[in-house]
Design a protein around this ligand. Sequence first.
Ligand code: SF4
Length: 214
Amino acid sequence: MSHENKQDELNQIAEEISACTKCELHKTRTNTVPGHGSANAKVLFIGEAPGADEDEQGIPFCGRAGKFLDEMIESIGLNREDVFICNTLKCRPPGNRDPEDKEKEVCKPYLQKQVEVIRPKLIVTLGRHSTATYLPGAGGISKLHGKPVRRPSGQVYLPLYHPAAALHNGGLRQTLLSDFGKIPVILSKIAKDTSNKIQETNEEETKAKQGKLI
Ligand code: SF4
């Protein structure tokens, strides 16, 4: 699929999201926040849910945590337009409360469609909600952060702490920067890895392979 066609598909998904009323969050949102970046992104970042700034502007990670995310992206020689940034939920939970399981469930197909269009080499989950959604049962973020995991589908994930957590904890800032610095090496390993094939597998195999480093 050409870049233009992929971009058209992403625009179509964003339009569907803007009209979505599948959960109660549509009643309190100012704007939907579908995601931002390149249709050809090699790296796709998934945060938890839009906050106040994101709801106001319709752009993911546009507040203080977003500024830190931009700095980290630039530290590996990329910028916001080279990657794709989005959240597990496309609308802000009131008062920045945690996303509810049923909200994540009904919203998930939008992100799945975006991933199918972009086909990123690496999906980076930011924070515990996003990580638990994509690597269920694998453990907490304090155990998983900075360790790439290849799922049986062939898709590689890298769990990281959420950039907002580092704003309140100086120690985490350094950990996050260090974990982020692994992304170029992981991308290069993925490019060389000839076993990057789609495999059919069962749930037991899925669980067994979670946590395994590439
Ligand atoms: S959070 Fe997702 S499912 Fe809920 S209204 Fe927004 S786009 Fe629809």
